[in-house]
Design a protein around this ligand. Structure first.
Ligand SMILES: [Zn+2]
Length: 191
């Protein structure tokens, strides 16, 4: 199919042919760049500022693409995904400011989450690098140096860098859920 974008549905749609649940659609309706969109995202390269764009909804379960899906656009913001053109049109005319604020809050907290995640990873890597190169301290005292406190659990491990990477791993980069300490401990117990 070449380059496309993916629009994820929340909630998923139902295939009119086989009843399967469809959670996403690949589309070339915008400026295709393998981007992932959800309602509340500004879309790159929308052919229209505001209005409705139709797309064939492919069902990976029965290979049918008889169904259509409609994107509601408002100033290139994807504000809804609908099964009928009428509903999509109605949505374009009913955007309110509280919803726009919700989208904004969502994206801001998302950005903060990534910032925190990156800061933690960077800080731990930097700290581990200092530890390895022996900067600021040396020998047996290095292990006891409080400046390496945050990575102490890693340096005690058999594979310190692997441990550090594992501790910073998200379950799914797009997922809201982080790997918590409890999950890690449970993993260790069960696996
Ligand atoms: Zn189907």
């Amino acid at each position: 199919m070449g380059i496309f974008d993916t629009v994820y549905f929340e909630p998923p749609r139902t295939c009119s042919q086989c009843g399967a649940s469809i959670s996403e659609v690949q589309t070339k309706a915008f400026d295709p760049g393998l981007r992932e969109y959800r309602v509340g995202d500004v879309v790159y390269g929308s052919p229209m500022l505001s209005g409705v764009l139709g797309e064939d909804l492919y069902c990976p379960h029965c290979n049918s693409s008889k169904q259509k899906i409609y994107f509601s656009m408002w100033h290139t913001l994807l504000i809804g995904v609908y099964d009928s053109e009428e509903s999509a049109e109605a949505r374009v005319g009913s955007v309110d400011r509280a919803e726009l604020l919700d989208y904004l809050v969502h994206h801001q907290s998302e950005a903060l989450r990534w910032h925190d995640r990156f800061s933690r990873l960077y800080g731990e890597l930097q700290n581990f690098h200092d530890y390895q190169t022996g900067r600021n301290s040396s020998g047996a005292t290095r292990r006891e140096n409080p400046m390496f406190f945050r990575i102490r659990e890693y340096v005690d491990a058999e594979d310190p860098l692997g441990e550090l990477v594992r501790a910073n791993k998200p379950i799914n980069p797009e997922d809201e859920t982080e790997v918590s300490r409890e999950d890690e401990q449970r993993d260790e117990e069960t696996g």
